[in-house]
Design a protein. Structure first.
Length: 421
């Protein structure tokens, strides 16, 4: 039987903390983000995120250990009140700040675009990873020195100021962080086919469904049609499929389930996007557009996904059949099943990347399908959760692309918010 702590674990698409193995897993091929000649500055900072996330997590463990040893309850309370930022939002904040800096630098020829993008990146990340600001400052110093060598001190200084200002405005304009585990005071629907929370544990992520999205007109804008009725042949067939997979799970299916459960999908997708940007020799001004749309669309897809989850409250397969065994190392997320968050995010990532790299559409679709099916292989979701989640994410991606064409990601310029001091 799984412990309450295991039952609290969220699917990695909305993971609020970061594992120490993430950097090593993602940097097997790209061990040093500075190693590739010609890498856009935006991509370099994108690839630094796992490093800073791991350093931040390690620093938090040190602080917690010291606080426990000394009995410092105030320090422990501060840690609890300031959790490790959700990785998907880190990428979104970073890439939109880069987008803002790059578009501002394009309008200001006296400023170094590289310095602007690097400074905006550092400011956005320092705002979220306060414990590792010295490491962030060190990376920024390297980029500013290179900007001075290429374009002169005045252009680098102007770019730095421009990037810092853009990042402050974006931070003020952006939707606030998700509240994943806030106290839930509502009523959980009951009855056949309705999801139920783990004993003595409140539903997780219900406030994600109510969070402000980046580009959607409403969180229910792409709400899918209802899932198959609990007593319908369609539902029974879907549950039977999960049973068959669980009983005859192959080593390959187990590996796929574990692979997409072991690393935050947003980190994996950003690495895939970074590879594509380098492979296609994208300039920084184009790279920031891809990364911003990629991460904002994915985050909005998660919001829309959770809105649907808590609209339908669909029972999990292993709740519908309590004999069903999950794949090794997987735990049951404590929120409803329909649709799959892995699939929603994957569909959004696939949709944006396919828009910019249509010649690789089939490869991106294959990756998204694997990410979605990993949850069925793990015993976490039905196939209809996955299929509908992918469709929802693709719809959000198309919407985001069209909204960006009309200037939606430049709303920070006219939001009326003043830069933070």
């Amino acid at each position: 039987m799984r412990s309450p702590i295991q039952l609290l674990m969220l699917p990695l698409v909305i993971l609020a903390s970061h594992t120490a193995v993430l950097g090593a897993q993602l940097q097997t091929t790209h061990a040093d983000p500075r190693a590739e000649i010609g890498t856009p500055v935006s991509v370099r900072w994108n690839r630094l995120v796992p490093k800073f996330a791991d350093e931040s997590a390690a620093r938090r463990r040190e602080i917690r250990k010291a606080a426990v040893a000394s009995g410092d309850s105030a320090a422990l309370r501060r840690l609890a009140e300031t959790p490790q930022p959700m990785l998907a939002r880190v990428y979104a904040m970073l890439s939109v700040a880069q987008y803002a800096a790059a578009t501002s630098a394009r309008d200001n020829r006296s400023a170094s675009a590289d310095a602007a993008i690097a400074s905006a990146s550092a400011a956005a990340l320092a705002d979220q990873y306060t414990a590792v600001r010295p490491s962030i400052a060190q990376e920024l110093a390297r980029d500013l020195e290179q900007a001075r060598m290429r374009g002169g001190a005045d252009a680098a200084t102007a770019g730095q100021r421009l990037g810092e200002d853009a990042a402050r405005l974006v931070t003020a304009w952006a939707p606030p962080p998700f509240i994943l585990a806030a106290p839930f005071k509502g009523t959980i629907p009951t009855g056949p086919g309705m999801w139920y929370s783990a004993a003595n544990i409140p539903p997780i992520g219900i406030f994600v469904a109510q969070s402000r999205a980046w580009l959607l007109d409403s969180n229910s804008q792409f709400r899918p049609k209802p899932p198959p009725a609990f007593d319908s042949p369609e539902f029974k067939a879907a549950l039977d499929e999960v049973r068959r997979v669980a009983r005859g799970r192959t080593p390959e299916q187990t590996a796929i389930a574990q692979r997409w459960n072991s690393v935050d999908p947003s980190a994996r997708w950003n690495e895939i996007a970074s590879d594509a940007l380098i492979r296609h020799h994208m300039s920084d001004i184009n790279a920031v557009r891809v990364l911003a749309l990629l991460n904002v669309a994915a985050l909005d897809a998660v919001v829309a996904c959770f809105e649907a989850k808590y609209h339908y409250w669909t029972i999990r397969p292993s709740q519908a059949d309590t004999t069903l065994v999950l794949a090794d190392s997987l735990s049951l997320p404590n929120f409803p099943s329909y649709p799959s968050a892995h699939a929603c995010g994957g569909g959004a990532f696939e949709g944006v990347l396919s828009h910019f790299f249509p010649q690789e559409r089939a490869q991106f679709a294959q990756i998204a399908e694997e990410a979605a099916m990993s949850r069925l292989y793990g015993g976490i979701h039905y196939r209809f959760d996955d299929d509908v989640g992918l469709a929802l994410g693709r719809n959000v991606a198309r919407w985001a692309v069209e909204r960006e064409k009309r200037g939606a990601l430049n709303a920070w310029r006219t939001s009326g918010e003043a830069p933070k001091p």
